[in-house]
Write a protein that binds this ligand. Sequence first.
Ligand SMILES: Cc1cc2nc3c(=O)[nH]c(=O)nc-3n(C[C@H](O)[C@H](O)[C@H](O)COP(=O)(O)O)c2cc1C
Length: 338
Amino acid sequence: MNYSNKEETTLEIGTPLFSDVPRANYEPAFEGGSVRIDGLIEPTMCISPEMPVRDAVKLIQDREPINAIVVVSEEKPVGLISSLHIERILSKQYGVDLFYAKPVSRIMDGDPLQVEANTPIDVAADLAMKREKSKIFDHLIVTRKDSLVGIVSVPKILETLARIERERRQRIFRLERRSIRKFKPEQIREDELNAILEAGMYAPSGGNQQSALFVVIQDKETLKKLSAMNAAVLGEDMDPYYNASTLVLVFADRSKVTPVEDASLALGNMFNAAASLGIGSCWVHRTKEMFETEEGKDLLKQWGVTGDYIGVGSSILGYPDGEHPKAAPRKDNFVIRV
Ligand SMILES: Cc1cc2nc3c(=O)[nH]c(=O)nc-3n(C[C@H](O)[C@H](O)[C@H](O)COP(=O)(O)O)c2cc1C
């Protein structure tokens, strides 16, 4: 499972067997809006498949708190020995007599979960939790182009996910959403886009008439065309969508009770959802004027939008690039308490 082809620092694995893999000294690693699994790796030891079980047990016991060892052949991981797994096998009747002198390949998990270094942590967590119950606490093996990088423990994943969730909430409570106008070129992930759209769909609407309609554009040619249409309304030679890789146009059915309010709230929900996921967004206006032109009407027809729809606004989406903008001070007379 590979999430990008970015050039990455390679972590040297001690090729001599029984050597420690040095602890990765990574900056907090991000893949798009997510923490990457290789930001969580721990040192491990590599052993050969031929090592006697007795020696592997000694290594696990001698080197607490290491509780998993990777079995490696020609630098590629071929199995995992976890302390839980080994104890389970040896505590069985005759376990020690049967296995102590045998090679670890006889008792290792020959099909451990392996993930590529740039896998987002939430994807890795999903894969880890889908394992059979007896393996659910086993370490994940992290590889880069199939070569071992290190291991990640399940508690470390849980701890990190809990921290991310805490920070996500803080971002909403501290009102840290800002309009973002500079983006990285990568496209946002499908699951992130869907979460944002869902937040928009679940916004309140007048009489629950759900009058809003979203059109998502990621195709570069269409984005270029829409950018030119928007710039023409603005009367400026610039890209009003700031080179964002995703655009959500929000329309509303004029025949419903509160179309503009419904669409605006949907956009507001989407902005907050995006901010909570570390994704940048910004309302870009002039959607109404764009879709009142013949060109705009043709596009609506092409997209299958029939009926009396008004273009209320739009949201650009992408991974923010650069410093997070500071909020402008709030005006003094914002609130009147009666
Ligand atoms: C109705 C509306 C229209 C907006 N239109 C644009 C726009 O066309 N282009 C843009 O860059 N920002 C636009 N914005 C974003 C505002 O400039 C931004 O929300 C404001 O400066 C406050 O900054 P903040 O969102 O970072 O708190 C719009 C915002 C709203 C609510």
